[in-house]
Ligand binder design. Structure first.
Ligand code: SAH
Ligand code: SF4
Length: 367
């Protein structure tokens, strides 16, 4: 009697891809040693990933082919994003929508200035804080970015800017002012900061973390005693106003946030930046400016005024020019150094989260 052969379903084992981008030089050396290779191979990998911006194993010509094949066979990948959309402004600003390995999309911006190049990175896909005036906040929250996904943005901006503008100018400033609240993704952001500093070569003082004012993490960051610049998005001078603009952060008062900033300044001897987004008829009056000056008295602070960049459908308006002027002069008369964020990329989707929002909306209307 012949036995009936029952076909078995074929199972192909698929391993989750393991991005190399995100490991430090030390970690890569350990990985190589653990696999029985000379740890020097880890140094070479780090150079390819962070200094040369490699996007594939094929480019790593001084690493033996069998080792590159071994890594690829073991599900290691480089971990770079692809540029889904690139908008270039007349003023040189480049806004990129990057597609990550899992298909999620985030924004990153390259900002050329006279003699230096800044990159504005995202720290999360979307943002859970949901500030009423912010395009990112209105588009919901999906997940945190990994350290590798944060560093990738800087490498990609660098490459896009070089292709476009030529020359050898590297990104030398990084600001966490893209999509997401960096201090709600604390560990990954901190690891990215260290990678940017040690592996990519960006000075700690040239890295700015902008936070909506998540007090416990500001205090934790103060204890790290890093030289990064802390920028706090205050936007309001009293609790009623602040909680109306940022309804998910009602646990901390304006005074709690200013106290945490003072703690940071004292612990690091670094001046804190207070960001104040001016919204017409909401927070831009002379009384608000006077309240702000009173609130920040005695804090080692600098104020960055951000005239609101209108986002369709959110119901907020940019301030009138003479209100901005009056607001600024009151702060200056009170002895504060005040800067005003120049509107960059006015001819492209300049506001944070706006490009992705517009892309999502056009996809929605197309399908
Ligand atoms: N989540 C962090 C960092 C990202 S937002 C934070 O809130 O600080 C960076 C800055 O851009 C914040 O000060 C934020 O309030 C501001 N911002 C967001 N949307 C804006 C818009 N449409 N116009 C002007 N500033 C905006
Ligand atoms: Fe998030 Fe910052 Fe936008 Fe608020 S302003 S929703 S904290 S990204």
């Amino acid at each position: 009697m012949t036995e009936e052969i029952v076909p078995q379903p074929i199972t192909i084992e698929t391993r989750r891809p393991r991005p190399l981008l995100g490991y430090s030089g030390d970690e890569l050396r350990q990985i190589m040693a653990a696999r029985g290779h000379n740890s020097f191979r880890g140094t070479q990998l780090a150079k390819w990933l962070y200094a040369k911006g490699a996007t594939s194993f094929d480019q790593m010509t001084d690493i033996p082919r069998p080792l590159r094949n071994e890594l690829a066979a073991d599900a290691y990948i480089i971990g770079r994003s692809t540029v889904a959309v690139a908008q270039h402004s007349r003023d040189g600003t480049a806004k990129l929508l990057l597609e990550l390995q899992d298909g999620q999309r985030v924004e990153t911006v390259g900002l050329p200035y006279e003699g230096w190049l800044s990159c504005c990175v995202s720290s999360q896909v979307g943002c859970p804080v949901r500030c009423g005036f912010c395009a990112t906040g209105r588009s919901g929250y999906t997940r945190n970015l990994t350290p590798g996904e944060i560093v990738d943005q800087v490498l990609t901006v660098h490459q896009v800017m070089q292709q476009r503008r030529g020359g050898e100018q590297r990104v030398d400033h990084v600001v966490f002012m893209g999509m997401g609240e960096p201090l709600l993704n604390y560990d990954n952001v901190l690891k990215a900061v260290h990678l940017l500093n040690k592996e990519v070569g960006i000075g700690m003082r040239n890295i700015t973390i902008s936070t909506v004012g998540y007090v416990p993490a500001i205090k934790k960051l103060a204890e790290e005693k890093l030289q990064v610049t802390l920028a706090i998005s205050l936007h309001a001078t009293n609790d009623t106003l602040r909680h109306r603009l940022i309804p998910t952060m009602t646990q901390w008062s304006v005074q709690d946030i200013v106290d945490a900033a003072r703690e940071y300044a004292n612990a690091t001897s670094r001046r804190v930046t207070f960001e104040y987004c001016l919204l017409r008829d909401q927070n831009d009056s002379i009384v608000h400016a006077q309240e702000l000056a009173r609130l920040l008295r005695g804090v080692m602070a600098h104020v960055n005024l951000i005239p609101y960049n209108a986002v369709d459908g959110l119901g907020f308006l940019p301030p009138l020019a003479d209100h901005v002027k009056a607001f600024r002069s009151i702060l200056e008369q009170a002895g504060f150094e005040v800067t005003q964020r120049a509107q960059r990329g006015a001819d492209i989707d300049a506001a944070c989260g706006q490009l992705r929002r517009r892309q999502d909306q056009s996809t929605l209307t197309k399908t």
